[in-house]
Write a protein that binds this ligand. Sequence first.
Ligand code: GLN
Length: 482
Amino acid sequence: MDIFKLTIKDIRAGLSNGDFKCVDLVKAYLENIKLKNESINALVRISDTALDEAREIDRRIADNEDIGVLGGVPIAIKDNILLEGKEATGGSQILEGHMSVYDATVVERLKKAGAIIIGQANMDEFAMGSSTETSHFGPTKNPWNESRVPGGSSGGSAAVVSAGFAPCALGSDTGGSVRQPASLCGVVGLKPTYGRVSRYGLMSMASSLDQIGTFTKTVEDAVILMQVIEGKDSKDGTSVELNDTTVPELIDSSVEGLVVGVPDEYFVEGMDEEIKKSVMDAVSKLEESGAKIEKISMPHVKYALAAYYIIMPCEASSNMGRFDGLRYGYHSEGSGLRDTYRRTKGEGFGEEVQRRIMLGTHALSAGYYDAYYRKALKVRTLIKKDFDDAYKKVDVIITPTSPSVAWELNEKFDDPVTMYLSDIYTITANLATVPALSVPCRPVDGMPVGLQIMAKPFDEYSLYRVGKFYQSITEWHQQTPA
Ligand code: GLN
């Protein structure tokens, strides 16, 4: 049993064929966690019931009972997704000691499917960041090179899968927080179409952009996991009724005739030449396999970063308003209510969160609303139109996931603008609400690189098709950290 290579699919087969016991499987992951989590810092809390749950799965297998689609599969959950009876802190000091009183819908569905939640994953505070360095629990390290960042904000979830702490994890993606860390850690990251997955029980960052997404080793695993968590939920009015019938094993195994768009605007001058080569090599491979490559233009995506850094802080600043330290979490008593708020928020929130609260509050204030917020919304509409126009000609769009490989810890920490630039390729999918997938392509300097594939809203099938095909003709996703 090689836990660094095991996929969800392997685990299901291994358990049902009796190749290994679930309790031994979970023990192997827990031992690996014990050995390496102290330095990698991917998990902020480790389950103390996982072994009991594994024993129960073994008993059910022995008694010929159904164990569910994810029966016995260990998974890690980002620390901004609620788990009943467990602490959930969103990587923030302000939620210190906060216990969830209910399960997020995705967690409820995972439990029903038999998954074993092995731990809660580290993250940038309230998902604001691209490196997992803004976490109250200290940074997560990249398992490929521990002097580097894992990306963010779901860096803990990505590192979990890459370091062999679990075969899969959940994260959230508001501007790239699933895809970018997946890319930097050499795993598969899927951000579904806005509305595919319920956000009930996910701590809100920017509600019109947030989606829960998956981390796995293979695209096929991403499909298996997505099918468990997706679908309409009466507790989230933005979730959508689906009528997909995708069977992971039956996904078209060719890209013959598929039209792939490659937008000029994403391959700008000054981008890392080696990353460009790696991504263009992948595009050529698809072309050799029968896909048709179209150069396309998306003239408004150059404004995406600017629009995102208005819309996101506006929404985030109002979402952060609920953390007042009065009913739960961190509390710092001052002289009177105003002073108590000032102290609680000033001490409880980290610098990056405070920066965004101020940016958002400013952009929403009288006189600035029209100049900033409304204008950014108009730009968002134009970006969405760029995607609609592109999809009249192409089935999928391919770009790099991240403009660089993982950088050194602390390298960009004091330079927010440089940090923000690392989201340049991922935020457009959130603004346009389209689904996007990152799969490992050829590494650069021994560090993982991600290929980003985007499709029409609710056409995850095309992502699965291209991603699965690419993994069937390459071996990059099978490489693991030394
Ligand atoms: N890195 C981006 C940001 O800091 C995206 C974060 C996210 O997707 N949660 O806003």
